[in-house]
Design a binder for this molecule. Structure first.
Ligand SMILES: *Cc1c(COP(=O)(O)O)cnc(C)c1O
Length: 463
């Protein structure tokens, strides 16, 4: 199994190389050269298996020679052992023909745990084989950082540093980053906003001397291994609802397009997915693009679903690569235009290809709150604001006999203020983490300054 860049001009890599590299050297994103197929019989045979067994069967063909069966099985078993629900990704019914896929039973209560937990384990196996140590540095507005810390805490060959904007993450998010006590975990509260965190992270990656000295690595959502781990729950949900004998549609609360693109890969593998519906909040670049054919940057407007507050959607490049018939040169041109002019027009052919698979909807702030209120009354489900964006768009796209599955991307207790404002109910943390507010915190306040940050990381990492 070989991995190529969406811009067509980077070295071809194996699975584990692509996983450790993240972003390709030509600025593109790694994708499999060809997508492994699963026959209807193989899909039917997934019925009744454990989540872990399905994960193994779905992920294995993408890994090539990088991991043995035992290594992959062990990584998957350890990744999901800490989840708070034995089904890992249980389905509940909201309405006739409309289901909710709960992806928030992991250790940090957001769907990012599904992928981050697996790649933490796979990184550890690969680094041990190579006798290497790395330093992971990430920037977060909340969910990615906590998921990364949870996944890499206590691993021997990895130090993990997470930059978050001081005073601008929720208390639950902050505590999930500052309470792990392992020596390889370093939570850094930066004096600045999320853009400053991302800016300094980019500066570090562009400072090659520092990058090589500390063995800098990234685990942001463009990492192919993260996308792959997310393909699994599309299979478990679809098979539970009658696939391959029946078609299924999915609605996905979307920001950087990693989660919904995993659904596209499931469809390419042979899962009978009729439609993938993109649900956006007021940061609606993707909805505008599908509607108008222009992909156009716009400033970020902070919302009550902050994990979807994006200016551009990085994994959408992978969707464009397919829509343009895997023409890396064409994708590179679009991305150059994006950089130079802040937007581009999608060709008619590519737009048609996208619209054959994807639909979209946008949800305002008021509609998000209203959906949380209404859904509690209608089905008894207490939704987080991100999931509410999905559910509203999902309801609007239920059609005919095809079941709709909306992905619930975070637990309501992770965003208690928005949920309480909409319902009057302050959602409690699940019992297994009820002591989060009593645990002691460990965090370093850092200035928005590259040299100071690099000095701190060099000093703190356990060489
Ligand atoms: C990250 C995140 C999203 C967006 O997922 P993408 O893969 O970036 O589209 C949605 N909801 C929650 C709660 C998240 O943490």
């Amino acid at each position: 199994m070989r991995y190529i860049s969406t811009r067509g001009a980077a070295p071809v890599l194996t699975f584990s190389e692509a996983m450790l590299t993240g972003l390709a050297r030509d600025g593109g994103l790694y994708v499999p050269e060809s997508v492994p197929q699963m026959s209807a019989d193989e899909i039917a045979a997934l019925a009744g298996l454990s989540y872990e067994e399905v994960a193994f069967r779905v992920m294995k063909p993408f890994c090539g020679e990088s991991f043995s069966d035992d290594e992959l099985k062990g990584a998957i078993a350890r990744a999901y052992a800490g989840f708070g629900h034995v089904a890992r990704a249980p389905l509940v019914q909201l309405a006739p023909g409309h289901f909710l896929l709960e992806l928030f039973h992991g250790p940090t209560l957001a769907f990012k745990d599904f992928a981050m937990q697996v790649i933490g384990q796979l990184f550890q196996i690969e680094l041990e084989k190579q006798g290497r140590k790395i330093t992971i540095v990430g920037a977060t507005s909340g969910d990615t950082g906590s998921a990364a810390i949870e996944a890499f805490r206590g691993l021997d060959n990895v130090d993990v540093f997470i930059l978050f904007p001081h005073g601008r993450v929720s208390e639950v998010q902050r505590r999930q980053m500052t309470t792990p006590s392992e020596a390889n975990v370093h939570a850094l509260a930066l004096d600045g906003d999320f853009d400053d965190c991302q800016g300094r992270l980019k500066d570090m990656f562009n400072h090659f001397e520092f990058r090589d000295e500390v063995g800098l690595a990234g685990v942001n959502s463009i990492n192919w291994a993260r996308v792959l781990a997310q393909v699994v729950y599309y299979f478990t949900a679809a098979v539970a609802l009658g696939a391959p004998h029946r078609k299924i549609s999915f609605t996905v609360p979307t920001g950087n397009f990693g989660d919904i693109f995993a659904g596209f890969i499931a469809r390419e593998m042979g899962l009978p997915i009729e439609q993938l519906v993109i649900a956006t909040n007021q940061n609606d670049i993707l909805h505008r693009c599908l509607t108008t054919g222009r992909y156009e940057m716009d400033g970020v407007k902070p919302s009550i679903s902050p994990s979807m507050d994006i200016q551009i959607s990085s994994n959408f490049e992978r969707a464009l690569f397919w829509a343009y018939g895997k023409d890396g040169k064409a994708v590179a041109q679009l991305m150059d235009e994006m950089k130079a002019k802040g937007g581009f027009a999608v060709s008619q052919g590519a737009l048609e290809a996208l619209r054959e698979i994807y639909a979209s909807g946008r949800v305002s702030e008021q509609e998000t709150s209203l959906t949380i209120t209404e859904e509690l009354a209608r089905s008894g489900e207490l939704l987080c604001p991100h999931s509410a964006v999905g559910v509203r768009v999902g309801h609007a796209h239920v059609s005919g006999a095809t079941p709709m599955v909306t992905l619930a991307t975070a637990h309501p207790a992770k965003f208690p203020d928005a949920v309480e404002a909409a319902t009057g109910i302050r959602p409690p943390l699940p019992p297994r983490m009820a002591d989060l507010f009593e645990r002691s915190e460990r965090v370093t306040r850092v200035p928005n300054d590259l040299a100071a940050l690099e000095a701190l990381i060099t000093e703190r990492r356990r060489a």
